[in-house]
Design a protein around this ligand. Sequence first.
Ligand SMILES: [Zn+2]
Length: 183
Amino acid sequence: MLYAAMAKIDSSSMTVYQVKERDLDKLPEPDRKVMKKLGVHLEQIDKGLTRNTENNSSLRFKLFTYNMLRVRGAKKCAWCDCDVPQMIEGAHIWPVFSIKKAVLEDSIKKQAATDGDNGIWLCRNHHKLFDADIVNINPKKLVLQIINSFSSYSYIKNSISCNDASNYIDGKVSKEYLEQRYS
Ligand SMILES: [Zn+2]
């Protein structure tokens, strides 16, 4: 059944997340064999923030990606039409470097750093522009704004096909993260 379903999709660009929950942490061996044969990439996710996850940024990153897939759905840039999975990244609304500096309990910081509501799918170009604060999300109007000193670059303006941020700054939690970003 699994094999039949997977034969119809392009498995070479597919990642399957194995989520560790209680004592069940892996797919059954036959399923894993089939996926390996098809070239599917298997990623192990630890849902709980264990000691390992706390100290390992790559594990934290995987958990963030997993949570984003659950909250935000398939990888597609929120600002343009790019949906090439290899070009889409999870961008933090409240950036990790600023979470680290906050005077908060470690468990709250870790929650913020891996929370799907604190993420937006962006293509690499738009992720860069967001991280550099060249394109910002106005926290009151929930629209994108290019800073004045970059307004002469028509590339930036033309590359954005969706100016409305209310699709993903869509709840109390996301709004709080955005307020933290610009506080
Ligand atoms: Zn984009």
